[in-house]
Design a binder for this molecule. Structure first.
Ligand code: HEC
Ligand code: HEC
Length: 169
C-alpha cells in the first residue's frame, strides 16, 4: 500500500496530538487515591506505589525512580505549606520552582495537586540555584547545590543542613 503525502501529514498530526495529550495527563496528575490527614491540606496520598505524578509527596522521587521503575527525573521534589510536614501529606498546588543552573539556564517547574514537581529531560550544569515563587512572593535557597534531587535534603526534619521541606514564602 502506498500512503499519500496527505496521509502522512494526517498521521504526523495525530501522533503530535496523541503525544501532547499523554504528556499533559502525566504532568498534570494522573490518578491516585487520597485519605484524610491532619496536615494543612487535610489530605494525604494513600495510593502506595501506584505510578502517578501525584504519588508519594515528600518522598525521595529520584532515589526510587533511578532504582529501576518509573520514569527517570533530573530534578524532583514537593513544595509544602510548612517546613516540617509529614511525607505523603499533600503539599501546595500552583507554586513555581525555578532552578537556575551554573550556566544561567532557567528551568521552571509548576507544582501539581500533591505539591509535586519534576523534570524528566531538563539538563543542569551544577551547581544550581533554586527558589520558589507563590502568589507573587519568593523564597530562595541562598547557597548553590550540586544536586537537583531536592527531596533528598528537604525532608521533614531536613538533611544535609536544609531547614526541612521546601516551603512556600
Ligand atoms: C517508593 C518508590 C517511589 C517513590 C518514592 C516515588 N515513585 Fe513515582 N513511581 C514509582 C514506580 C514503581 C512507578 C511505576 C509504576 C507503574 O509502572 O505502574 C512510578 C511512576 C511514576 C510516574 C509515571 C506515572 C505514569 O503515568 O506512568 C510519575 C510521574 C511519578 N512516578 C512521579 C513521582 C514523583 C513526583 C515522586 C516524588 C514526589 C515519586 N514518583 C516518588 C515508585 C516511586
Ligand atoms: C544537597 C542538599 C540540598 C539539595 C539537593 C537542595 N537543597 Fe535547598 N537547601 C539546602 C540547604 C542546606 C538550605 C539552607 C541554606 C541555604 O539557603 O542555602 C536550603 C534551602 C532552600 C530553600 C530556602 C529555605 C528557607 O526556608 O528559606 C529553598 C526554597 C530550597 N532550598 C529549594 C530547593 C530546591 C527547589 C531544590 C531542588 C532543585 C533544592 N533546594 C535542593 C540543601 C539542599
Amino acid at each position: 500500500m502506498r500512503i499519500g503525502q496527505s496521509g502522512i501529514v494526517t498521521l504526523v498530526a495525530l501522533l503530535a496530538l496523541f503525544g501532547a495529550a499523554t504528556l499533559s495527563a502525566q504532568e498534570d496528575g494522573g490518578g491516585g487515591s487520597f485519605g484524610t490527614s491532619d496536615g494543612p491540606r487535610g489530605l494525604k496520598w494513600t495510593g502506595g506505589n501506584m505510578g502517578s505524578a501525584l504519588m508519594n509527596p515528600g518522598e525521595n522521587c529520584v532515589a526510587c525512580h533511578s532504582a529501576g521503575e518509573g520514569p527517570r527525573f533530573t530534578a524532583a521534589g514537593t513544595v509544602y505549606a510548612r517546613l516540617d510536614e509529614k511525607s505523603l501529606d499533600l503539599g501546595v498546588q500552583g507554586a513555581m520552582v525555578i532552578i537556575t543552573d551554573a550556566k544561567g539556564k532557567v528551568t521552571k517547574l509548576q507544582t501539581n495537586k500533591s505539591g509535586n514537581f519534576f523534570a524528566r529531560y531538563a539538563k543542569f550544569a551544577f551547581p544550581i540555584k533554586a527558589k520558589v515563587e507563590y502568589k507573587g512572593q519568593t523564597r530562595a535557597m541562598l547557597g548553590s547545590r550540586g544536586s537537583a534531587n531536592c527531596a533528598a535534603c528537604h525532608t521533614q526534619s531536613g538533611a544535609g543542613g536544609a531547614p526541612g521541606r521546601i516551603a512556600i514564602p
